[in-house]
Each structure stands twice: as C-alpha cells, then as structure tokens.
Design a protein around this ligand. Structure first.
Ligand code: ATP
Ligand code: LTN
Length: 329
C-alpha cells in the first residue's frame, strides 16, 4: 500500500480553508493509503507561542482530526515532538539543503518582510523540518493546500539530491493538491487566502469551532464583487470563492448551483451558505466535545509508537548513508 503523510500546525484555530484544502482530502484518502497525520508542534514553535497553551492546542487539533473523520483504527495520528527522529533527520537534511534554496521560499520571504528583525532561525529552517516529516515515512503522496506547493518541491529536490549523493534512501513524494478548494480565500478580502495567522482578517475566516451566530455574521459581511449575477467566474474572485465553498459543502455541481440561484441576489446566497455551513459544523463540534480525554491520550500514544518504528528505520538508513553509523566498533 502506498503511503500518505500530512500535518497541520497547532496554532490558532482550524478554519474552513484548512478543512476544504487539506483535512477533507486526508479523510477521503485514508482508506486507500497507509496514512500518517501529524500535529506539527515543532513547526508551531517557529513563531512565539504561549508555552502554557502549546499542549492544549496540540490536543485540540488532534480532536479536530478525529472529529472531521480521521479514523485512528485506519490512520496513524501522532504528535511530531513525540518522535525525535523528525528533529534528528532535520539536522542531516540541513547539511544537504542549500541556503539559497531556503532563501527563495515565499512563506519565509513574507515573514521576513512583515517582521524583519524577529524571524527565528526556525522559520528559515521550517521547510527542511517539513521535508524530514515527509521523507521519514517513505511517503508517496502529500495532500496539502496550494500554499504548500513550493515546500513540496523543495522536499523532492532534497530527496533526489540525498539519494544521488548518499545512495537510494528516500521515496520522492508527489504533492496532492485538489483541483477545487486548494486555496479558499478570505471572506473579508478575496485577494488573500483564508488564514488563521492573519490577525486582521478574523472576520474573513470561518473557524470550525465558530458558533452559529459568528458563521452567520461572517457570511453576511462577506465582501462581494460588482455585478449581480451568481456564476462561477474566476474574474470575480469574491463570488467565485463563496460558490466554491458552497459547491464543496453541498457536493452540488456548479451547473446545479447556478440554476438554483438564477435571478436571486447575493443576500440569498449568503444566507443559504450560512445555513449549509452551520449544518456542516454541528456534528463536527459535537464530536469534538464527545471525544474522551483518556481515549485521546491512548490514540496519540499508539500513534507515536507506530510512527517511531517506521521513522527510526529511515533515520538509520540515512545515517548509514552519511557514514554516521559504525564508528564505535
Ligand atoms: P494558516 O495560514 O491558516 O495559518 P497554515 O497553512 O499556516 O494556515 P496549517 O494549519 O499548518 O496552517 O495548514 C494545514 C493545511 O491547510 C495545509 O495543507 C495548508 O496548505 C492548508 N490551507 C491553509 N490555508 C488554506 C486555504 N486558505 N485554502 C486551502 N487550504 C489551506
Ligand atoms: N507546513 C505545513 C504543515 C506541515 C506539513 C508537513 C504538511 C508540516 N509538515 C508535512 C504536509 C507534510 C502547513 O500547512 N503549514
């Protein structure tokens, strides 16, 4: 069976963009692949976090994985820092990745532009840690949103270079970026992606934990384009984004949706979207509350054990390739 690996950071709250771009596909693919879903807390601390909150956020994200439909009997769910091989392989890959490659990463460049003096070395090295995550599990496919494409290309380049210089060690992974939903835009500013780390755009971000009133308010205030027609049209990004969300939440085809809203105004679409979204979130929120705390600990413990066993094999192989094993005897 081929493998998939993916992860999300336990920072802020999970939003509809994370779900439609990534988590939804993890759930859809988990039975066709041997699946690993990681809560990447080492990535989270590349930006300052309140230490008192890190463990709670990590467990909350694990609950969300389960609540949206990741089945721990089928998939391995674990916390990144529970498997030390991630940090160890990162060091080895640091010696293969080039500074010039990391300097080209757009996410890194954005952070430097915004915070200049306050960007940690961790932010710079973030893509190498991500490469280690993926390569440790001999991953074939990585389901992610569009914003991770460049990181995936770097992961492939690092794997190819390592294999060439130190012997065949890693599977070279392919990204899985969905045709629709890979880049859900902010409801407040359709030129920006929906993002939890963007402080100004709370109003444009539907959180999986939002209550009914918040969902209604955010859709109601969503920015729209000029014109009145309700049609899928990439040159009208705001309405296109709302229709894409509606399409993914209802599974209705674009033609059906356009027919449904023919002659109706934006207000009708926004109201219908809010209704559908509230109905979609309700069972997820109920499941989040109902997951037993001890059961969650057990899932994460088992997950870490399963992940560790596989990660260790790859790490040893990489260390042998580099000549790091065998000096003692
Ligand atoms: P954010 O910008 O909200 O902090 P992130 O990409 O830093 O998002 P993660 O929680 O680590 O945060 O992302 C989990 C997954 O969600 C990734 O695969 C990412 O590509 C995807 N994703 C994030 N934002 C969107 C979006 N607006 N549309 C589609 N997919 C998204
Ligand atoms: N950078 C990713 C999170 C992430 C990830 C991974 C995704 C860390 N390691 C490995 C896929 C595979 C993000 O979405 N912000």
């Amino acid at each position: 069976m081929k493998r998939i690996f993916s992860g999300a950071q336990p920072t802020g709250n999970v939003h509809l963009g994370n779900y439609l771009g990534a988590l939804r596909n993890w759930v859809a693919l988990q039975r066709d692949y041997e699946s690993f879903f990681c809560i990447v807390n080492l990535h989270a601390i590349t930006a300052p976090q309140d230490p008192k909150m890190v463990a709670a956020k990590t467990r909350e994200l694990a609950r969300i994985y389960l609540a949206v439909g990741i089945d721990p009997n089928v998939s391995t769910v674990f916390v990144q820092s529970d498997v030390p091989a991630h940090a160890e392989l990162t060091w080895l890959l640091n010696c293969v990745a080039r500074v010039s490659e990391l300097e080209r990463m757009t996410q890194y460049k954005d952070k430097v532009r915004k915070h200049e003096e306050n960007v940690s070395v961790g932010v710079f090295d973030y893509p190498v840690l991500m490469a280690a995550d993926i390569l440790l599990y001999q991953t074939d496919l990585v389901p992610v949103g569009e914003d991770q494409k460049q990181h995936l290309e770097l992961t492939r380049d690092i794997a190819i270079r390592f294999n060439r210089d130190y012997g065949q060690t890693f599977v070279v992974p392919d990204p899985f970026i969905p045709k629709v939903g890979a880049r859900i835009m902010s409801l407040a500013d359709p030129a920006k992606k929906m993002s939890k780390s963007d402080e100004e755009s709370e109003a444009g971000c539907i959180m999986l934990l939002d209550n009914d009133e918040a969902v209604r308010r955010k859709f109601k205030r969503a920015v729209t384009d000029s014109g009145t027609e309700i049609k899928f049209d990439e040159s009208r990004p705001a309405i296109n984004n709302l229709l894409t969300i509606y399409h993914l939440l209802t599974n209705k085809t674009p033609a059906e949706i356009e027919e449904q809203f023919k002659g109706k105004g934006y207000a009708a679409l926004k109201q219908e979207l809010a209704d559908v979204c509230i109905e979609f979130l309700k069972p997820i929120q109920e499941r989040i509350r109902s997951i037993d705390d001890d059961k969650l600990s057990q899932i994460l413990e088992q997950g870490a054990e399963r992940a560790e066993a596989i990660a260790q094999l790859t790490l040893n192989h990489a260390k042998k390739g580099l000549g790091l094993i065998g000096a003692r005897s």
